[in-house]
Design a protein around this ligand. Structure first.
Ligand SMILES: Nc1ncnc2c1ncn2[C@@H]1O[C@H](COP(=O)(O)OP(=O)(O)OP(=O)(O)O)[C@@H](O)[C@H]1O
Ligand SMILES: [Mg+2]
Length: 334
């Protein structure tokens, strides 16, 4: 189907030489993908999450025909991997390796033109599309300078621009916000959302769980070459069956507490004094829609609320639940 990506039991074993002495080496096998199966729906933003070394880039390289899988099958935009690779290349815009995929002696505009030519776009079309993308990504000021003079963030933006040149129905982005500052990362995510609204299927790779929560409806969490969880973000969180805690601070009376206790979906509620004001802690098993009802009930009982802190289950919790490990390195949102 157009825009759809199906992956069935994909395996990739790298053979790498390990040096054992000055003139000696032996070949070792690295099983980077141990039978990955995925279904990415047409028109969605699908998050591919996992820590360093999980196999994300390997999977993307396989799906974009840059790397031959050891076994398994995949269909991209309806085309079968290894059998219809030309059609797959025309179906996918890919941002991989970030800045390393650019020609540093060429200007940004020349890079876009060059990659457009690789897709056999006619010259007029290439010019039109390059200008459109430069405008869209606000690259006008640097577009006619050699890439070697760009900052690393600007190079990343150009690498993203390059992924758009063939206007493919599927966009695959490998950690696109790496090295971007906070506003640029946010801007890029917004552009990704707009592209998605325009109908593109997007596969978004990241090791920042919060980034996936913001962007993606469905995700696959990959770890050590295996998909350990896959599905809608809401379902994955719910599958933990974890209770949710909401803390409310302000002036809250005992009668308000009793009213809250009567609300459906509340497991426990407790009221405490904290720095001269009340803190109400509500424990619930429900995923959504409780907060508005909670606030309504409290205000009906003359509560004055100053602060509300829902402690949501995050995708990080899903990862911890499946692996027993945290995503130790940078999981904060850029
Ligand atoms: N060319 C290669 N030869 C041998 N092993 C490789 C090669 N490329 C990757 N690997 C190994 O395959 C595994 C998966 O690597 P991959 O780059 O796909 O991970 P990743 O999820 O993209 O990680 P990161 O978040 O660090 O980019 C790692 O153990 C890595 O060392
Ligand atoms: Mg990678």
């Amino acid at each position: 189907m157009k825009g759809q990506v199906i992956v069935e039991n994909l395996k990739k074993i790298y053979l790498s030489k390990q040096r054992t002495g000055l003139f000696q080496s032996r070949t070792t096998e690295v099983e980077a993908l141990k039978g990955v199966s995925l279904e990415i729906k047409a028109g969605e933003i699908f998050g591919l999450l996992g820590p360093n070394g999980a196999g994300k880039t390997t999977l993307i390289k396989c799906l974009t025909t840059l790397l031959l899988p050891t076994s398994g099958a995949a269909w991209i935009n309806g085309y079968k991997l290894t059998e219809e690779d030309n059609a797959i290349r025309a179906s996918v815009g890919c941002m991989l390796m970030g800045e390393r995929g650019l020609y540093w002696k060429l200007t940004g505009r020349e890079n876009l033109d060059f990659f457009g030519a690789l897709y056999h776009l006619p010259a007029g079309e290439r010019r039109r599309r390059s200008s459109e993308i430069i405008q869209r990504l606000h690259l006008e000021e640097i577009a006619d300078r050699a890439v070697e003079s760009y900052s690393s963030g600007q190079k990343m933006k150009l690498a993203f621009a390059k992924a758009l040149i063939n206007d493919a129905p599927i966009l695959i982005l490998d950690e696109p916000t790496n090295t971007l500052d906070v506003p640029s990362a946010r801007e890029l995510r917004e552009i990704v959302q707009t592209l998605n609204q325009e109908g593109k299927t997007i596969i978004y790779t990241t090791h920042i769980m919060l980034e996936a929560e913001i962007l993606c409806e469905r995700v696959a969490i990959i770890d050590r070459g295996e998909v350990i969880a896959q599905g809608a973000v809401v379902d994955l969180k719910q599958s933990l069956g974890r209770e949710k805690v909401i803390r409310l601070e302000g002036v809250i009376s005992e009668s308000a507490l009793r009213a809250v206790e009567q609300l459906p979906g509340i497991n426990r509620a407790a009221l405490a004094m904290l720095n001269g004001h009340n803190q109400l802690t509500v424990v619930t098993a429900e995923e959504s829609n409780l907060l508005p009802r909670l606030i309504e009930t409290l205000t009906q009982h003359q509560a004055l609320l100053q602060r509300i802190t829902p402690e949501e289950v995050t995708l990080e919790d899903v990862f911890i639940a499946h692996t027993g490990r945290t995503l130790a390195d940078n999981t904060s949102l850029q």
